[in-house]
Write a protein that binds this ligand. Structure first.
Ligand SMILES: Nc1ncnc2c1ncn2[C@@H]1O[C@H](COP(=O)(O)OP(=O)(O)OP(=O)(O)O)[C@@H](O)[C@H]1O
Ligand SMILES: [Mg+2]
Length: 276
């Protein structure tokens, strides 16, 4: 679990995060959503210590990150896996060398042990046998999977993914989402995902934080989003007519006005709204 309280971060006179608080849950896919420039990446970077927040508190399973010494932060860093936007693989290194990198940094394991671990994680992301390939020789979806393999190689307790679906087709995006979700359950990680992808919001939105103008505008899960009356959130999520229609259908089903197949029913019940 990662809890943060009242995080503020400005660059010059530009306020990016204006007192954001939330709890990211263990074993769940926790999403940060919001328009481009709303501060999703800045928030993730504050949480992992790549940016120092101007004020506020961050607790990793109850332990204050903000008050940790550099040595303690280094220890914690071993428990944090990161999938960067665009995968951020080292182009001059093979897939295997990319994945071994964190093992070299944080362990004293023998070469044989490290190679065994590389093969395990490659198998886990369904990429056995690509060890000797260079990033330029594999597809975008494969690069993401190598990025995920590298992020999980140290058995992280906390997994951060910044836009894991960017640049991928819808089908490959779903494969990546499913993989991240499965790994979250398998490793019981606190997984934090920045996303623009509305499909991800609906499929893996266990706990969603919606940022707008530097503040938490709304939070809830993928089911709550359907019934939310928050106008700003609705404009952002259900931006297209198609998605608006899908939301209306889902609400009518919940109120018992239509069946799962779209058939009109009698005796509707009341649907839910935002929880208070
Ligand atoms: N190192 C930096 N120096 C100055 N300003 C920055 C820096 N990093 C981010 N910002 C500013 O902070 C704001 C939020 O940026 P951020 O990258 O967090 O947005 P985002 O929500 O991740 O957007 P996107 O969806 O496009 O990735 C932007 O206005 C950006 O220009
Ligand atoms: Mg970003």
């Amino acid at each position: 679990m990662i809890e943060f309280k009242n995080i503020r971060k400005s660059f010059g006179d530009k306020v990016v995060l204006d007192g954001v608080s939330h709890v990211m849950e263990t074993g769940k896919t926790n999403l940060i959503i919001g328009t481009s420039g709303s501060g999703k990446t800045v928030l993730q970077k504050c949480l992992v210590g790549l940016f120092e927040p101007d004020s506020g508190e961050i607790l990793y399973d109850g332990v204050s990150f903000t008050e940790m010494t550099q040595d303690d932060r280094k220890l914690l860093r071993q428990e944090v896996g990161m999938l960067f936007q665009g995968s951020a693989l080292f182009d001059s290194m093979t897939v295997e060398q990319n994945i071994i990198f964190p093992l070299d940094m944080f362990t004293k394991d023998s070469s044989a042990t490290k190679r065994k671990r590389v093969n395990e994680v490659l198998e886990r992301v369904n990429l056995s046998g690509v060890n000797k390939k260079f990033p330029s020789e594999i597809s975008g979806g494969m690069k993401k999977r190598v990025g995920i393999a590298r992020a999980i190689v140290l058995n992280p307790k906390y997994l951060f993914c910044d836009e894991p679906n960017s640049g991928l087709d819808p089908q490959t995006s779903m494969v990546i989402d499913k993989l991240i979700k499965e790994l979250t359950i398998e490793y019981n990680t606190t997984t934090i995902i920045n996303t623009h992808d509305m499909n991800s919001v609906m499929e893996i939105g266990d706990n969603i934080l919606y940022l707008a103008e530097g503040k938490k505008e709304w939070s809830g899960n993928s089911e709550d989003i359907i019934f939310s009356k928050n106008e700003r959130l609705n404009e952002f999520i259900f931006a297209s007519k198609f998605l608006q229609d899908a939301k209306d259908m889902r609400m009518m089903q919940a109120r018992g006005e239509i069946s799962e197949d779209g058939e009109i029913l009698e005796n509707p019940t009341n649907g839910a709204g935002d929880k208070k």
